[in-house]
Design a protein around this ligand. Sequence first.
Ligand SMILES: Nc1ncnc2c1ncn2[C@@H]1O[C@H](COP(=O)(O)OP(=O)(O)OP(=O)(O)O)[C@@H](O)[C@H]1O
Length: 225
Amino acid sequence: MEEIILSIKNINKKYNSRIVYENFNIDFYLNKVNCIVGKSGCGKSTILNIISGIIPNDSNDFTSLESIGLSYIFQEDRLIDWLTVEENIKLVVKKHYNKEKIEELSQKYLDLVGIEEYKNNYPQMLSGGVRQRVNIARAFIYPSKVIIMDEPFKSIDIKNKMIIMDSLKEILKRESRTVLFVTHDMDEAIYLADYIFVLGNSPVQVMQIFENNEYLTKKELYEVI
Ligand SMILES: Nc1ncnc2c1ncn2[C@@H]1O[C@H](COP(=O)(O)OP(=O)(O)OP(=O)(O)O)[C@@H](O)[C@H]1O
């Protein structure tokens, strides 16, 4: 059976004289968690930022994924301080659904990430772990095809990280989204990914693609990085 792919073509990026990407192509797996790993500074955030249209590609033969519907989960949560948790979540779908549907979806994602009890709180009253769960609910309530996650667990303690990663897995079991996930943490990659893309070299190349299964070890990944 032919694999269903999300093809990204013609990525080019140069910072001053340093060529980070040159005619770079990559095929991600549709409706899977695609994890991108590689040495610090190799270009992981850059590719997510180009794909999502946050920074421009140097050549104009490239189309970002902005138009197909994206949501983002970054390290910092970008919640709106003067809105409650529930209002933050509902805000992003205000133009997409009617009031009843928004109510239903908001309840669904509050439950899925386990933050129902915080729905009337304001972000500044919450711990980093809970804030990040709000962020995840907000990313998933939006009817996006692709979820972009750049180091989403970087400042979260291990216990909360496990809770959040389990919530994510639970949501992804129930609905099909293509996730593009950058991390420097091989445990996170192995826990969450369906496929792991190792980037390296300058200009960047895909060094290897691993299908994540019970036999994949951190050692194998580090050998390529
Ligand atoms: N705005 C910029 N101006 C100049 N150089 C930049 C800029 N943004 C990124 N770079 C350089 O481009 C390269 C790739 O950066 P990028 O942030 O994509 O790497 P990364 O793999 O995500 O790094 P890390 O793992 O440390 O987060 C790095 O060498 C970085 O210093």
